[in-house]
Design a protein around this ligand. Structure first.
Ligand SMILES: [Zn+2]
Length: 201
């Protein structure tokens, strides 16, 4: 078989069902709890639709709650391993505002909302994006234990490293709801109903 020519681009794109999910979501979602509820809802639908793992994220203006972008894990649907929810949401936010630095001059403060602590890849992606707040549902071992995803060799004081760069970390938002999504995903994986990628053992 011929080896294909060099690729010149690749695409990380949201699945089409996102449009239905967002149809009833206002432009501004005022509270962090409501924004996390949206993230948990997207994460749950994402794995059921077969796009990738049970992960979702959004970027919002921190002061108003205006939704700038949403992201889901699209590793399976795009075949790109870096297509995690955070990377997807950050890239789409940067595309929308037309700037690579979400914390640059003239930008409002931006918040990244995710249904768990970032993996080792998204740790860097979040740090370089210009966000000023990272809000997560949880940061403990539950995510890896339940989903079997390997989140990589995160440093012990990862949250302090964000804070040292002016990025506030808010942990524990709607944690039980996030864990419930992971448990449903795990049950489907144990039943052999879905493809699990990057799973340990
Ligand atoms: Zn990640």
């Amino acid at each position: 078989m011929e080896f294909p020519p060099l690729a010149a681009s690749y695409t990380i794109a949201l699945p089409s069902w996102i449009e239905d999910e967002l149809a009833d979501v206002p432009d501004v979602v005022p509270t962090l709890e409501e924004r996390m509820a949206l993230v948990n809802r997207l994460a749950d639908r994402n794995w059921r639709e077969g796009n990738g793992g049970p992960f979702a994220a959004l970027v919002a203006e921190a002061d108003t709650g205006r939704i700038v972008s949403v992201g889901v894990n699209v590793v399976l649907s795009t075949g790109v391993t870096s297509g995690h929810a955070e990377v997807t949401a950050l890239g789409l936010a940067q595309a929308r505002v037309g700037a690579w630095d979400l914390g640059g001059a003239g930008q409002p403060r931006h918040e990244l909302v995710v249904n768990w602590r970032p993996c080792v890849q998204c740790y860097g992606a979040a740090m370089w994006s210009g966000i000023t707040t990272l809000a997560i549902a949880g940061s403990g071992p539950e995510c890896e234990e339940i989903t079997t995803f390997d989140e990589g060799p995160m440093i012990e004081d990862w949250a302090a490293a964000f804070e040292a760069r002016g990025i506030a970390v808010i942990d524990g938002v709607a944690k039980d709801e996030a864990i419930a999504v992971f448990r449903e995903y795990r049950a489907a994986a144990d039943a052999g109903a879905i493809t699990v990628y990057n799973a340990r053992g």
